[in-house]
Design a protein. Structure first.
Length: 112
């Protein structure tokens, strides 16, 4: 059964993932700052603006590029996701030189 999947960063770093999910039959709700490729144009770091742009929509799962969201907007996305919300973080988010060694559940940590 096809899922509805929110992808924040759908025209950037997560574009290949969005394309793969779409080709597998999932319906993608893309979010990007520019709105290219049929995605919703919004700065996902602003939780209020993001919620207004998505207009109360819920989805089955979410894939979120960490640098594109704030704690508040990530909280909004998690609350509106019925299934798994996977956060994709860059290497700077777990830099051992800064003492950051924990990778939270449902997080894909790039680098380190």
């Amino acid at each position: 059964m096809p899922r509805t999947v929110l992808v924040i960063g759908a025209t950037g770093i997560l574009r290949p993932a969005a394309s793969l999910l779409s080709s597998g039959g999932d319906q993608i709700v893309g979010v990007s700052r520019t709105g290219g490729g049929g995605s919703v144009a919004v700065d996902a770091r602003d939780a209020t603006t993001l919620a207004a742009a998505l207009d109360g929509t819920t989805w089955d799962d979410a894939l979120v590029y960490g640098p594109a969201v704030s704690d508040a907007s990530l909280g909004y996305v998690r609350a509106a996701t019925r299934g798994r919300c996977v956060l994709v973080r860059t290497s700077a988010a777990a830099d051992p030189a800064l003492g950051i060694l924990i990778v939270p559940r449902d997080t894909l940590q790039l680098g380190w």
